[in-house]
Write a protein that binds this ligand. Structure first.
Ligand code: KG4
Ligand code: ZN
Length: 383
């Protein structure tokens, strides 16, 4: 049974290294954001069109110490002021996770403070919960959380019971994550990595109805074990990605894609203003149609699950939650159903450590500390 802990200032240092951001943040009592430092490795991986695990671990090793120091200094604190250290234990890249875990373990040990392990997906949900708390907005349990990023497309039914959050996985992708589909389609079209922000910026310049893509909605998978066929909402994005590829081939778009790729390679830090003139109408229509279809699929799945589980609040988090069409259409749909929908601010939508420190707060209160032999769990599940 977890014991109630003393909570002097509730100052928790969060550390996140699950993928390609080295991040540290200090959050007070799961609410007040005192600092938020994110060192992105985007430039390191961009040349490869995706995250290279070995490079990610090396970059985390290089940056973890200055990033943590900066987070503590930005918060106006010293390490001795902290009440706990929280770290992402998974899911993510094993080597990358290990850098954060090893560092957090040594720090907690040296300071004589508790170490708290946080699931990265739970962190994404708490990014939204923390900001709602800051706005004094109460959300009614259960909430339906859509975590949609480069590695994940999951639906969770989240419930707070006597200060502890519990999660049930009620939906997931059967193939690609939505963010992965954004990244792959952007790469196919000769755009940079990560692709989501580029497609987000370019889509409003195209006609989403010019090209029709089918929305894959898989209610249940016949080949899955019976126990899994329990009304779980399944998403699928690989068919859509293939449909975009087929469209590119059928409409002979390869030469214009190659021209665009070469032109962009010559620009050190391209902006949308640089990219837009390099995209013809058929390309912009393709982007708009693709994004519209992804958002449609996420929307159908999330609202169906909310209805099924009687959730009156939807929280959308993860990198793809930054998408403007997604935000606008979820908000409009929620208004017709008397459901609230909340998103993290842009800074907390993508990977960060504030969400880890925030998710650690209820665990700190209940004395749920990590074991001394905490390991990285690349495939860690939530719920
Ligand atoms: O949560 P996140 O930073 O890292 C993971 O845990 O994966 O999410 C990164 C993903 C990438 O696939 C990126 O392309 C996507 O989020 N993303 C977006 C947008 N901003 C980031 N996708 C669509 N629209 C955006 N504005
Ligand atoms: Zn993430």
């Amino acid at each position: 049974m977890a014991a109630q802990q003393p909570q002097p200032g509730g100052l928790i240092l969060g550390i996140e290294t699950s993928c390609d951001e080295t991040a540290a943040s200090v959050v007070r009592a799961g609410c007040d954001l005192l600092s938020n430092v994110v060192a992105s490795q985007m430039e390191t991986h961009a040349a490869f069109g995706g995250v290279v695990p070995e490079l990610a671990s090396r970059e985390h090793l290089r940056r973890i110490v200055p990033v943590v120091r900066r987070a503590v200094a930005d918060a106006g604190l010293t390490l001795a002021d902290l009440d706990a250290v929280a770290v992402t234990e998974g899911p993510g890249l094993a080597g990358a996770l290990l850098v954060g875990i090893s560092y957090a373990k040594s720090l907690a040990y040296a300071l004589g403070k508790p170490l708290i392990a946080v699931n990265h997906l739970e962190g994404h949900i708490h990014a939204v919960l923390m900001e709602l708390r800051q706005q004094h907005t109460h959300v009614e349990s259960p909430v339906l959380a859509l975590v949609v990023s480069g590695g994940h497309t999951h639906l969770y039914l989240a419930r707070e019971e006597r200060g502890t959050w519990r999660y049930r996985n009620v939906g997931r992708t059967v193939d690609d994550a939505a963010g992965e589909a954004f990244d792959k389609v952007a790469k196919l079209l000769g755009l940079g990595y990560p692709g989501g922000p580029w497609l987000d910026a370019l889509a409003p310049h195209g006609n989403p109805r010019a090209i029709h893509f089918a929305t894959a909605q898989i209610k249940s998978k016949p080949h899955l074990p019976q126990t899994e066929d329990d009304g779980t909402q399944f998403f699928s994005f690989s068919g859509l990605k293939t449909a975009v590829l087929r469209h590119v081939e059928q409409h002979n778009m390869r030469p214009s894609i190659a021209t665009r790729r070469h032109a962009l390679e010559a620009i050190p830090h391209p902006t949308v203003t640089d990219i837009l003139p390099l995209c013809d109408h058929p390309t912009l229509d393709l982007i708009a149609g693709f994004q519209h279809t992804v958002v449609e699929s996420l929307m159908r799945g999330a609202f169906a699950a909310a209805a099924r589980h009687n959730a009156r609040a939807i929280l959308v988090s993860g990198g793809v939650a930054a998408n403007r069409e997604l935000r606008a259409r979820f908000t409009a749909e929620a208004a017709t159903r008397a459901i609230t929908v909340s998103f993290p601010s842009a800074a907390l939508a993508t990977d960060n450590a504030a969400m880890i420190a925030a998710a650690a707060w209820p665990k700190f209160l209940s004395g749920t500390h990590a074991a001394d032999d905490l390991q990285a769990t690349a495939q860690l599940r939530l719920g």
